[in-house]
Design a protein around this ligand. Structure first.
Ligand code: NA7
Length: 543
């Protein structure tokens, strides 16, 4: 049982098998959706695969797991009392604290009685005669619901590459996205970690602090900015809480739904000395806003290189062995893959017991009972850590056998990439909503405000339907096509769509290459959603 939770199971689960809404997932999206729909008087059932709430923060318990968005902004704003009373302790919250917060919210709003834990939804089928969803779970039970709401998360389907011999490994294997609940000791152990994305960058310094030997298998070097994490100053917290609503409102006017000062200057047009000063300031402040130094960093390759070169120089300054420094220095566009935030990542490679292996030069051939075998040699290890990421944005949805009108399968519909209207609805899948689905700003923003915006839009829509006596809503095909076209067009304007990242599905073999999130920014997106409502749900048809 989760130590942070008062009780993971509701004392008595609601015995109904017919609901107004079924919500899949009890992360931040599912929890708030449940709260909102209950306020409308709807009967709801949430199905959650884990044994507790928290989603991402329930699963990703690897050492060093921490949010890269500042705590004061990475939290719900729907309840003024909640945001006033909750006390974050650090600038960037560690995973246990965020999980504690999720549990607090579940207790505070008495959410657990409508959540069925340890239950995976295996299929959701639209019943055209009854205009409702038939939902089946892994315990072979079925429920019926008018609405089926996907709160399945964007980074929730862990990717385990098919390494030959993985099953033959005699030691322990841990995926960062499915980390055990009890503490895993790396003391005196020889550890191998595959991957150098955000999860690896956060965990490598922690693993190195315990392990006898750490082998890091790198395929692509990544950019990371120091977090400069610190305890939150009471003065700063007081100032924010004195006008929390003001901060939240400012954040909503920014592309990433974060209250930051937007850049006005171009990197190209700024004098090199000035430019470096700006980068230095942001480097010492730390965090993802490093990329907000200049307005053209993500639009112009030359501008981008000024920021990338600055970070490469920092790597050379930090890592003592020039060969290792060279290997750690990324050569691609900075910010193209999601920028990482770290504590002591580069410095970890100065430790004698940490070794970096370039799997481009010496590829992993297979996993043996003793360890990792590359084209060069066998690396004997006791523990294998897979920090190999996720089947992002579509993975969790497509794991469920979802069938819409005339039995059409979502897997088929999305074979060439996800198609949705506003990242909220899918044509031919009536009465289904996706919270922060592909085609919405989601992972390019602070997730909490994006989740809240979607939840409030969906509950507003259901309230409207109930008032008008409407049973069924469906996105129109032409509206979906226009939106997908728009999502692609804006993506093409950014350097972010140009590299092999999980944003484009490049990390999953055989996955269609499409830039999945909406890059037009949170305010523009919200404006569009609001306009759709004002025009009586333009782009939707009702039955
Ligand atoms: P990421 O960012 O997708 O990183 C996964 C890492 O694993 C990345 O370095 C990959 O290299 C590497 N990888 C994946 N498959 C392999 C194989 N087969 N061989 C070697 N290396 C491999 O996932 P994270 O969990 O770190 O972070 C996901 C997001 O969570 C992050 O962006 C934050 O938003 C929070 P590659 O780059 O593909 O060459």
């Amino acid at each position: 049982m989760d130590p942070n939770s008062k009780a993971n199971q509701p004392e008595t689960t609601n015995p109904l098998t017919e609901f107004d809404a079924v919500i899949i997932g009890a992360g931040f999206a599912g929890m708030y959706m449940l709260h909102k729909l209950r306020q409308l008087g709807l009967t709801c059932r949430v199905f959650e695969k884990g044994s507790g709430v928290g989603g991402t923060w329930y699963w990703n318990r690897y050492p060093g797991a921490r949010c890269d968005v500042e705590s004061m902004q990475y939290s719900y704003q729907f309840s003024e009392e909640l945001q006033q009373e909750w006390e974050w302790t650090e600038k960037y919250s560690p995973q246990p604290e965020i999980l504690k917060y999720a549990n607090h919210v579940a207790d505070r709003f008495e959410l657990r009685r409508d959540i069925q834990f340890n239950t995976q939804v295996v299929s959701a089928t639209f019943d055209e005669d009854n205009l409702s969803w038939d939902i089946q779970t892994n315990d072979k039970k079925r429920v019926r619901a008018t609405f089926c709401i996907m709160a399945t998360g964007c980074l929730s389907s862990p990717n385990t590459p098919k390494f030959t011999g993985l099953d033959s490994f005699s030691g322990d294997i841990y995926h960062t996205g499915k980390w055990p609940h009890s503490r895993v000791s790396m003391n005196n152990r020889k550890v191998g970690i595959i991957g150098t994305g955000s999860s690896a960058i956060q965990s490598i310094p922690e693993l190195a602090s315990e392990a006898a030997q750490l082998f890091v298998f790198q395929r692509t070097a990544n950019y990371t900015i120091p977090a400069r994490n610190a305890p939150l100053e009471p003065e700063e917290v007081r100032a924010i809480k004195a006008d929390y609503a003001g901060m939240r409102a400012r954040a909503k006017t920014k592309p990433a739904a974060l209250d930051v000062v937007l850049p006005t200057r171009s990197a190209i047009e700024t004098e090199p000395k000035d430019r470096v000063r700006e980068y230095e300031e942001r480097w010492s402040k730390g965090g993802v806003t490093f990329l907000a130094a200049f307005k053209d960093i993500l639009l112009d390759a030359e501008a981008n290189d000024t920021a990338a070169s600055f970070v490469r120089e920092k790597i050379r300054e930090t890592v003592k062995n020039p060969e290792i420094a060279k290997l750690l220095a990324p050569t691609n566009i900075i910010g193209c893959k999601r920028i990482c935030v770290d504590t002591d990542y580069w410095d970890t490679f100065n430790q004698k017991h940490v070794e970096l292996i370039d799997v481009n030069k010496t590829p992993i051939k297979h996993i043996s009972p003793n360890g990792i075998v590359t084209s060069q040699r066998e690396f004997e290890i006791d523990t294998l850590v897979l920090a190999t990421g996720f089947d992002a944005m579509t993975g969790a949805l497509l794991k469920i056998d979802i069938r819409g009108r005339k039995g059409i399968r979502l897997q088929e519909k999305w074979a060439e990439g996800p198609k949705s209207y506003l990242g909220l609805s899918i044509a031919e899948f009536p009465n289904m909503f996706t919270i922060t689905g592909p085609g919405s700003p989601s992972v390019l923003t602070n997730m909490l405000p994006s989740i809240e915006q979607h939840v409030e839009w969906i509950s507003g829509c259901i309230e409207f339907m109930n008032k008008k006596g409407i049973r069924c809503i469906e996105a129109e095909k032409h509206a979906e096509e226009d939106w997908v076209k728009h999502v692609n067009e804006v993506a093409d304007l950014s350097l972010r769509s140009t590299c092999s990242s999980w944003y484009v599905g490049a990390n999953i073999e055989g996955k269609a290459r499409v830039f999945m999130p909406y890059i037009g920014g949170f305010p523009k997106y919200v404006e569009k959603c609001t306009e759709v409502v004002k025009k009586d749900y333009e782009g939707y048809s009702f039955a």
